[in-house]
Ligand binder design. Structure first.
Ligand code: FAD
Ligand code: NAI
Length: 463
């Protein structure tokens, strides 16, 4: 009998498998599709591959600003998609090689958690997973523990017309290989919405965003959403916040969307529509009768080390609906496996940075000033602009900022919110600082290279 069966080979599942092997547990991985999960196949890696290509395109278009003379570029969507495919395949091979080296068997098929009279799930005894392969054959696996890492799928609201051809989720638009779109309407101004808006804008697509809340990326520091909106608008996007979509309909000009704002009903028409209104936990085919742990609105409920209401069954990543990020899924998987192996688990919750690969990039870690206030912490913010940073000026970056939130008395750093070039890399330095409870002065004492974007960090922590 195995120590652990892991269901789902995304960043939650496969990294948990490596950790299990490292800690001497016997483990097997079950995956119904291909290695890498949403992140590698339909999420992080394909989007960032397209974003990088779109950035290169824009740089070539704008290279005259640096004194470089070049012809007008054009996009070959088929070649771009080929690049996405080979990137993904290369990383898939890497995961497969690492699993082989760690001697973790992979079972291809849908895993279903089973129970029978003698194998009462909550008795803490062995557990069974039936793997149904694509050809219908079944394999029964037994283990002391199960880790569920089955991820999430797009959540599409019941908007009339959302099933029209040309209305897509990120799962479809990522694979689009036709001529670059003339116009794209994006419903949802969250992370997926703004990242696809950036790709579209760079490639010359007219972008419209309809967001129901009063701001874009509403769960981040307010100023980030405001600045991002200004930046997207400056590049030609039409953005409506506080907009409630009522219907989509096919017309000879394209797909027409009707929506209401404060001042009444409006409409806009686009060649294609992206629905990016959030993702829901996926548990299709996962539980046979009598073995469903406690759930809330489709997500599996877990405790601090990600154990469900059934002892020995854990759930990490998007399926528990806490934070839908790849590195959060991995961190949760490692924590769950350490608990299964009887190792000490850090009492502090993991500190998870959030990044948006817009242009300029956005990144946050720790508390906003408002969140600090809610927790009863007396805090202040210090904000610096990127316009005095040598590297930002010489590379002609858009204006951005870094805002550091710190405790007023102690100067301990509580959070940081960045909108600037390399924000998604620089945020890690602050993650270390916050985790180690460093003060502004300790961060300022570090000598950073010149010229570099990271010199902005020194400026941001000097008050
Ligand atoms: P998943 O990666 O979804 O993996 C779950 C796996 O389980 C899948 O392979 C699925 O086939 C398998 N599975 C499901 N049910 C069963 C079953 N019963 N039996 C066997 N196998 C099963 N996050 C970031 O941190 N950075 C980003 O830049 C980023 N970009 C994103 C861009 C897009 C467009 C999207 C959609 C998401 C993005 N995310 C990003 C989020 C990230 O992809 C997810 O948070 C992450 O993949 C969650 O990992 P997971 O292991 O929980 O699940
Ligand atoms: P999201 O939750 O970030 O944003 C969805 C947005 O749609 C919200 O602002 C919401 O108010 C809005 N919305 C919902 N219903 C609507 C309606 N009917 N009309 C108009 N607006 C509506 O979800 P999103 O963008 O789909 O992304 C899913 C998850 O994927 C994110 O939570 C994120 O964790 C992850 N992701 C992470 C990325 C990264 O780390 N760079 C990139 C892309 C996705």
């Amino acid at each position: 009998m195995l120590d652990l069966i892991i269901i789902g080979a995304g960043p939650g599942g496969y990294e948990a498998a490596f950790e299990a092997a490292r800690l001497g547990l016997s483990a097997a991985l079950v995956e119904k599709e291909v290695l890498g999960g949403t992140c590698l196949n339909r999420g992080c890696i394909p989007t960032k591959t397209l974003i990088h290509a779109a950035d290169v395109y824009r740089e070539i278009e704008e290279c005259g600003r640096f004194g470089i003379v070049s012809g007008r570029p054009s996009v070959d969507m088929k070649m771009l998609q080929e690049h996405r495919k080979t990137t993904v395949e290369s990383l898939q091979k890497g995961i497969a090689m690492r699993l082989k080296a760690a001697k973790i068997p992979v079972y291809q098929g849908t895993g279903t958690i089973q129970s029978d009279e003698e194998n009462e799930l909550d008795s803490g005894k062995e557990k069974q997973v039936c793997v149904t392969a694509p050809d219908g054959s079944e394999t029964l696996l037994e283990a002391k523990n199960i880790l569920i890492a089955t991820g999430s799928v797009p959540s599409v609201p019941p908007i009339p017309g959302s099933d029209l051809p040309g209305v897509m989720t990120s799962d479809d638009l990522l694979f689009y290989d036709g001529e670059p779109l003339e116009s794209l309407l994006i419903i949802g101004g969250g992370v997926i919405g703004v990242e696809f808006a950036g790709i579209g804008q760079s490639l010359g697509t007219k972008v419209t965003i309809l967001e129901v809340l009063p701001s874009l990326i509403a769960n981040m520091d307010r100023e980030l959403g405001q600045s991002l909106k200004l930046s997207l608008k400056k590049k030609g996007a039409d953005i409506h916040t506080g907009a409630k979509v009522s219907a989509l309909a096919q017309t000879p000009e394209g797909i027409c969307c009707t929506y209401t704002e404060k001042d009444g009903e409006h409409s806009c028409t686009a060649q294609a529509v992206l629905i990016a209104t959030g993702r829901r936990a996926y548990t299709g085919g996962l539980f046979s009768a009598g073995c469903t742990p406690e759930m809330e609105r489709g997500r599996i409920l877990v405790n601090d080390w990600y154990e469900t209401s059934i002892p020995g069954i854990y759930a990490v990543g998007d399926v528990n609906g806490q934070i839908q990020l790849a590195h959060a899924a991995t961190a949760q998987g490692l924590r769950a496996v350490r608990h299964i192996a009887g190792r000490a688990v850090d009492a502090e919750p993991d500190l998870i940075p959030s990044c948006i690969y817009s242009s300029p990039e956005i990144a946050s870690v720790g508390l906003t000033a408002e969140e600090a206030k809610v927790r009863g912490i007396t805090a202040k913010s210090h904000k610096i602009l990127s316009s005095a940073n040598g590297k930002s000026v010489l590379t002609l970056q858009e204006r951005g900022f870094i805002k550091v939130v710190y405790e007023t008395d102690t100067h301990v750093i509580l959070g940081v919110h960045l909108l600037c070039a390399r924000a998604t890399d620089m945020v890690s330095e602050f993650a270390v600082a916050i985790r180690e409870k460093l003060t502004l002065e300790q961060m300022a004492a570090v000598v950073r290279p010149h010229p570099s974007f990271s010199e902005m960090i020194t400026e941001a922590v000097r008050i």
